[in-house]
Ligand binder design. Structure first.
Ligand SMILES: Nc1ccn([C@@H]2O[C@H](COP(=O)(O)OP(=O)(O)OP(=O)(O)O)[C@@H](O)[C@H]2O)c(=O)n1
Ligand SMILES: C[C@](O)(CO)[C@H](O)COP(=O)(O)O
Length: 231
């Protein structure tokens, strides 16, 4: 049963959330959102270690977490965009993580990820050369003009919402992200970089409650979902 390191991008500023404190440090119940995410990842038997990527000016966050998590926890500094932070995390992984070893990447802002989804992703995507958790689009999709008037309805068949974790071989993902960065391409998830590099990531359906906390409403929903899960 293969075990994998997980890069956790947590260097964002939470601009869409608003407020002074980056959302990953806001309390969700009795502990910070980020700690919920780290604990869920660390509890998974197939996660070997965590590479936490934080903003350069984070005041020593994550101190004292190692004993709490019971798994190796390394920390490095992120960059201006999420893709920069993921690339920094990949580069900072231990040398024991070889070039063809698959590495997970999971948003710190997704505290509700289900262990069974992580297991399914690893079981299905690692043998397939990499992939991602995703959820089929359930709503009608509109394309709007500059005046926010609907000009077309996009087909929703074969349209998915990308989630995380996403999992890819370390060297291939590092190269794909570095190439995209050098070309000035804005990369929003690891699969996009891999598609650009000619790969076809496997979509593995995941739970729709694996939400990304982006706005205050998401934080309330995440608190409700975690309370239900942790009962
Ligand atoms: N330069 C960045 C930007 C984002 N992230 C992380 O990537 C995840 C998903 O990003 P997002 O939800 O967009 O977080 P923010 O960038 O903080 O949000 P916003 O775009 O509203 O500022 C989060 O865990 C965030 O901390 C990161 O590590 N480095
Ligand atoms: C990686 C991701 O969570 C997949 O949906 C998403 O692309 C992150 O986007 P964000 O704007 O950085 O939150």
């Amino acid at each position: 049963m293969s075990r994998h390191w997980c890069v956790v991008p947590a260097a964002g500023r939470g601009r869409r959330f608003g407020g002074e404190v980056p959302k990953q440090y806001l309390r969700l119940g009795e502990k910070p959102l980020l700690l919920h995410t780290l604990e869920r990842l660390a509890a998974h038997p197939r996660i070997a270690g965590l590479m936490l990527v934080v903003a350069a000016d984070d005041a020593g966050w994550a101190q004292g977490l190692v004993e709490v998590l019971g798994k190796p926890l390394l920390r490095t500094c992120g960059g201006a965009e999420r893709a920069d932070s993921v690339l920094a995390g990949l580069r900072a992984l231990p040398d024991s993580v070889g070039p063809v070893d698959c590495v997970l990447v999971h948003d710190a802002a997704r505290p509700c990820v289900r262990p069974q989804d992580i297991s399914r992703l690893l079981d299905l995507a690692v043998p397939a050369g990499g992939g991602l958790l995703a959820a089929p689009l359930r709503d009608t999709l509109k394309r709007a003009d500059a005046q926010s008037r609907s000009v077309a309805t996009e087909p929703r068949e074969s349209r998915w919402r990308a989630l995380t974790p996403q999992v890819f071989p370390r060297a291939a993902l590092q190269a794909a992200l570095a190439d995209a960065s050098a070309a000035g391409i804005a990369i929003t998830d690891e699969a996009m970089a891999m598609e650009r590099a000619g790969f076809a990531p496997l979509l593995v359906e995941g739970a729709e409650d694996n939400i990304k906390v982006t706005t205050p409403a998401d934080l309330l929903l995440a608190e409700f979902l975690l309370a239900k899960m942790e009962r």
